[in-house]
Design a protein around this ligand. Structure first.
Ligand code: GTB
Length: 222
């Protein structure tokens, strides 16, 4: 059984671990599953071969024994359901951990992605400066609710689960804005996730891709 995922050939974040292959790598590392990575360029992502795997022409994808999956929620859930370490064994704790995965993707991630849109894609629009505070307010509201629920606990619902993996992955995207640090318990929660050996291996693997690209570019220019 060989698992192959796809990742950016050149991640726009230069290896900071913010692209979504990192959460899939992290889940595979937590589950102790070896995997191969096929790097794809932005052009290749829009070609028929990749579109057959991912209808929206994005990364990551996941292939295993004739199964092809897209969407990080589906991929991480697939891994978590088949290997120990990412979900409690039985309901109701198992169902609640899955609920946290959905909460991360459907409730917490959308306002955070709006910030990326507002700053990067719409930053040059005449109304951008007026819109930004509204976007930030929505994030603070949502993340504040999460902060209240987490309180002083280490993880969202008992032991670390795929729900935490997804939530930490989503919150990481908020760090560059400084908003994460406004909620010290969430900043500590994210740091706990990043300190896990499995996360460190996942981060190092994706960072190595960017470092390799930089080395190749340096070599080409030398
Ligand atoms: N809902 C899908 C999922 O969860 O799998 C979303 C997948 C997705 O958005 N993939 C992005 C992609 O392939 C990469 S992760 N984009 C190319 C395209 O749509 O053409 C998003 C991302 C990109 C860059 C950074 N960064 O530079 O920090 C972070 C995250």
């Amino acid at each position: 059984m060989t698992i192959t995922i796809t990742a950016f050939e050149r991640s726009p974040d230069g290896g900071k671990g913010l692209a979504r292959d990192t959460r899939v790598r992290w889940a595979l590392e937590e589950a102790g599953q070896p995997y191969a990575v096929r790097l794809v360029s932005f052009q290749a992502m829009k070609q028929p071969a990749h579109l057959a795997l991912h209808p929206f022409g994005q990364i990551p994808t996941y292939e295993e024994d004739g199964l092809a999956l897209f969407e990080t929620g589906a991929i991480v859930l697939h891994i978590a359901e088949r290997h120990a370490g990412l979900l409690p064994d039985a309901d109701p704790a198992r169902a609640r951990a899955i609920a946290w995965m959905f909460a991360a993707l459907n409730t917490v991630e959308p306002p955070i992605l709006e910030l990326v849109t507002a700053k990067i894609l719409e930053g040059d629009k005449p109304w951008a400066a007026e819109r930004l505070p509204l976007v930030l307010e929505r994030i603070r509201t949502r993340v504040g609710q999460l902060s209240t629920r987490l309180g002083e606990a280490d993880w969202l619902d008992g032991a670390f689960s795929a729900g935490d993996l997804m939530m930490v992955s989503v919150l990481l995207r908020l760090r560059p804005s400084g908003v994460l640090d406004e909620f010290p318990n969430l900043a500590a929660y994210v740091a706990r996730g990043e300190a896990r050996p499995a996360y460190r291996r996942a981060y190092a693997a994706q960072a190595a891709v960017a470092a390799g690209q930089r080395a190749a570019a340096g070599g080409a220019g030398a």
